[in-house]
Write a protein that binds this ligand. Structure first.
Ligand SMILES: NC(=O)C1=CN([C@@H]2O[C@H](COP(=O)(O)OP(=O)(O)OC[C@H]3O[C@@H](n4cnc5c(N)ncnc54)[C@H](OP(=O)(O)O)[C@@H]3O)[C@@H](O)[C@H]2O)C=CC1
Ligand SMILES: CC(=O)C(=O)O
Ligand SMILES: [Mg+2]
Length: 415
């Protein structure tokens, strides 16, 4: 990152007011009458209504349009465990994206805690305030237990974005990239560098899309995860490969796919050279990918490359999912975000990339043209069609799979 860009980023966050989000009022509050309605005595009426019937909270408060972005700051992007306070700009960023792309109000909550129990209790005890809970940047393996326990305890959908948002976008982009490369996911050999939240969820969803578990090689800091290792947790165990291969170089030779969800500059150019013809390389670590696109393209001219960043083609980033999946889930009051809803999101995102791109999206992307191909495998986050397409597909899947608590509103997200 250049010094000039660093200063621009700091200035953006500091001025004209510190931070990226604020609270806005939705009702007039100017006159005595307004205040009598908004506060005492008028506020007592919706209180009584909600006390009589909890569903009325959706009628009289902002709960149904509000998502909490909750973290403990243990895996902030690829920057590591820098604690809850340092994670606040990222969490405000997620809130900004919820509002900008899906009209959802969102507040960031950074939790200091000693034990997993303490974190789970904290979140479970405040969950009813919100329409949904977006967990963010919580390191593995804690994130898996935290999410599971919160899903059990909360009455609103709980979704760990780094797991499922990333997996949905990765799967959509991967299926499109493989189609362009003329490959089948069922036959593809996959190398996944990283064995944490994003890695485990991405690989599980790719398997649901047809990938073969035995063709996946997952690596952590100690190398390939294989069946003779006795130092791997139960989540890595699911990807223990019965192989004699031990290093990245061993497994990447002849591989069709590389998914990086680990850290910066961890894929050497010489390793990339070993991949099969027409590989797909998603270097998703933020802010710095596992290999820089310029280096990757210099080494091979037959690859399709994606990164997590906004400033390169093919942004493989959960921003293309989480605002829209929550919109659909909240609009039918889904009790959970299940596999049917996730797969519906994959398909809706994937298909949108194949349609002509509106001129205003091309302009906002700073491109001269965008059309389905090696440099455009996923829709741009600012594509206004993402909201109706993904939210509708997700809401319909929630209704069809029996987790919606209200029907799809008439004429919902047509267009
Ligand atoms: N583009 C996107 O949308 C997203 C990108 N990401 C990126 O993915 C990365 C991981 O995030 P997340 O899964 O949430 O974090 P976790 O902390 O849950 O997992 C990090 C994983 O990376 C592995 N890792 C770290 N350094 C190395 C290394 N030198 N060699 C091999 N493996 C390594 C860790 O290995 P070990 O288990 O041995 O500690 C661990 O398995 C981050 O860079 C993040 O920015 C995450 C979510 C979304
Ligand atoms: C994009 C994102 O959520 C991450 O890198 O952690
Ligand atoms: Mg994240």
């Amino acid at each position: 990152m250049s010094e000039d860009f660093r200063q621009q980023a700091l200035h953006y966050h500091a001025y004209p007011v510190p931070g990226k989000i604020a609270i806005a009022l939705t009702k007039p509050a100017d006159t005595v009458n307004d205040l009598a309605l908004a506060y005492s005595p008028g506020v007592a009426e919706p209180v009584r209504e909600i006390a009589q019937n909890a569903d009325n909270v959706y009628k009289y408060t902002g709960k149904g349009n509000m998502v909490a972005v909750i973290t403990n700051g243990t895996a902030i992007l690829g920057l590591g465990n820098l604690g809850p306070l340092a994670s606040k700009p990222v969490m405000e960023g997620k809130a900004l994206l919820f509002k900008r792309f899906a009209g959802l109000d969102s507040i960031d909550i950074e939790v200091k805690h000693r034990t997993i129990d303490e974190f789970v209790d904290t979140v479970a005890n405040i969950a009813d305030t919100f329409g949904g809970i977006n967990l963010e940047d919580i390191k593995a393996p804690d994130c898996f237990e935290i999410e599971k326990r919160l899903i059990e305890r909360c009455n609103v959908p709980v979704f760990h974005d780094d797991q499922h948002g990333t997996a949905i976008v990765t799967a959509a982009g991967m299926l499109n990239a493989l189609e362009l490369q003329g490959k089948q996911i069922e036959e593809s050999v996959i190398v996944c560098l990283g064995a944490g939240a994003a890695a485990v969820a991405c690989m599980e969803l790719l398997i649901k899309c047809g990938a073969q578990r035995e063709k996946i090689y997952m690596l952590d800091r100690k190398g390939v995860i294989h069946t003779r290792r006795d130092d791997i947790n139960e989540y890595k165990q699911l990807f223990a490969n019965n192989t004699d291969k031990r290093t990245l170089e061993d497994v990447i030779e002849g591989a069709d796919i590389f998914v990086g969800v680990s850290g910066p500059d961890l894929l050497p150019a010489d390793a990339l050279k070993l991949m099969a013809d027409k590989p797909v390389v998603f270097a998703c670590s933020n802010p710095d990918p596992e290999i820089k696109p310029a280096l990757a393209h210099a080494v091979r001219d037959d690859l399709i490359m994606g990164t997590g960043r906004s400033d390169y083609p093919n942004q493989v980033n959960n921003v293309i999912c989480f605002p829209f999946i929550f919109r659909g889930a909240l609009d039918v009051r889904a009790s959970e975000i299940n596999d049917e809803m996730k797969l519906a999101a994959v398909e809706a995102i994937r298909q949108l990339a194949k349609e002509p791109v509106p001129a205003e999206v091309v302009a906002a992307a700073g491109a001269t043209s965008l059309a389905f191909g090696p440099e455009y495998i996923l829709p741009k986050p600012m594509d206004p069609r993402l909201l109706p397409r993904v939210a509708r597909a997700v809401a319909e899947a929630a209704v069809a799979s029996g987790v919606a608590q209200i029907e799809l509103p008439v004429g919902y997200m047509q267009g």
